[in-house]
Design a protein around this ligand. Structure first.
Ligand code: C2E
Ligand code: CA
Ligand code: CA
Length: 403
């Protein structure tokens, strides 16, 4: 996998801090890709020149003329998609305010580091930058339209299954179905980050969705019988697929053929584009009226802020991996996740924490004593059907405690 070094902008009115930051970033292997500015105004001008150039911006809060808060607001207005990191001494209240401000303006505030700046803090946040930008930074090239059509013609779209486990009871509540291309020639596997956007661009995404939906729902009863308990199956839809008013009917038809009902199914809306048109909202509402669970995916990096959540017909929210990773020591993530817990418990929305990889993260999330489902490599990565079934049987036998 090719790793491209991220372009970083550092803004601080103290020359000394800029020198320290530069030294640290140099140490971390980023010497040619750092830009520094002594004022927020200068920084904003640089960003405006090419909005996609910087992958991350480290900013001080306290600066004369334009301060860090105002800079974050402007970056949000400009629809800047990189990560923003605050470099400042802050108490909980200030972080909380900055976080909600950033969310209101759809800016991706991904954390804070305190002064004196330490290499370990910066390096941890750069991992988050890489996660946020995984589509641009750590990317194997996409496959071509022709290759995708061939995979579809050869019926190579294959469902992989990943469990979501209840944090308190350890019960497997649901299983997310994730698309893979499994080569019929050599058994190699292509991951969705190399073909979903190609499918979206070339109007092939419906074919992928319905192929997966047919395959996985036709196995539902078999999988359920082998596990010996009920669960739900979750599928991903791109927002553009909601523009098709007939989408719910097509799904209903497939369910009927497999003697299932919408209550067995959760639809996750992968929200790389803002959920915008009235048609999309109408389809979402219709899915919900039919009894499908509807889940907002990737909360924390998408376009929906906490206040908008209330007005959309979702039954579940999935907290993105970038907010879960190292949450036990990350004050910023803790503040965002706590406020999400507060708001969603009033509105009876179910929560899923995605990307739980470490026991410390699970332990921290369990402290909330909140009904929460956990999905992540700590329990299981996405697996093909037979491997998933063996994993699940083992899990049930050992009363579901992770190793
Ligand atoms: P997603 O919907 O957010 O799915 C979760 C992704 O996180 C999966 O990647 C899964 O393998 C990964 N993941 C789960 N737990 C962990 C963990 O603990 N650590 C890490 N590092 N990663 C974890 P995957 O399968 O590569 O899918 C990537 C994205 O592709 C999905 O993100 C979804 O947006 C999209 N996608 C997959 N299948 C479909 C599909 O059928 N239709 C559409 N529209 N999109 C799909
Ligand atoms: Ca998903
Ligand atoms: Ca996600």
């Amino acid at each position: 996998m090719k790793k491209i070094v991220p372009n970083i902008l550092v803004v601080d009115d103290s020359k000394a801090i800029l020198i320290v930051m530069k030294a640290i970033l140099n140490e971390l292997g980023m010497s040619d890709t750092i830009t520094t500015c002594l004022s927020a105004k200068e920084a904003l001008d640089k960003v405006k020149k090419d909005i996609n150039y910087f992958d991350a911006i480290f900013t001080d809060l306290n600066m004369p003329e334009m301060d860090g808060m105002e800079l974050i607001r402007h970056l949000g207005e400009l629809n800047y998609q990189g990560g923003i990191i605050i470099v400042s001494e802050m108490d909980q209240k200030v972080i909380s305010l900055a976080a909600s401000l950033a969310k209101q303006h759809n800016a991706h505030l991904i954390g804070n580091i305190t002064k004196p700046v330490q290499l370990s803090q910066v390096s941890k946040l750069l991992i988050k930058v890489a996660q946020l930008n995984s589509h641009t930074l750590l990317k194997e090239p996409s496959i071509s339209e022709g290759e995708l059509i061939e995979a579809l013609n050869n019926d190579e779209i294959t469902p992989f299954y990943q469990p979501k486990v209840n944090a308190n009871s350890n019960i497997i509540e649901s299983v997310e179905v994730l698309a893979r291309i499994l080569s019929s020639k050599d058994g190699s596997i292509i991951l969705p980050n190399r073909f979903i956007s190609v499918a979206e661009q070339h109007h092939l995404i419906n074919q992928i969705t319905f192929s997966l939906f047919e395959k996985a729902t036709s196995e539902f009863i078999n999988i359920k019988a082998q596990l010996g308990h009920n669960f739900k199956m979750a599928f991903n839809l791109s927002p553009t697929q909601l523009d098709d008013l007939n989408c719910p009917n097509k799904l209903l038809l497939i369910l009927e053929l497999n003697q299932l009902t919408p209550s067995n199914i959760i639809i996750e809306i992968t929200e790389q584009h803002a959920l915008s048109s009235l048609t999309q909202l109408e389809t979402l509402n219709r899915l919900r009226m039919h009894g499908f669970g509807v889940s907002l995916d990737d909360f924390g990096v998408g376009f929906t802020n906490i206040n908008q959540l209330r007005n959309l017909p979702f039954t579940k929210v999935k907290i993105d991996r970038s907010l879960i990773s190292h949450i036990e020591t990350d004050l910023f993530s803790q503040v965002v996740v706590s406020s999400l817990f507060n708001i969603t418990s009033k509105d009876h929305l179910d929560l899923v924490a995605e990307g739980v990889e470490r026991p410390e993260e699970l332990a921290y999330l369990r402290h909330y004593k909140r009904n929460l489902a956990i999905q992540g490599f700590l329990f299981s990565c996405p697996k093909p059907q037979s491997e998933f079934i063996s994993w699940a049987k083992d899990w049930l036998r050992t009363d579901g405690s992770p190793a």
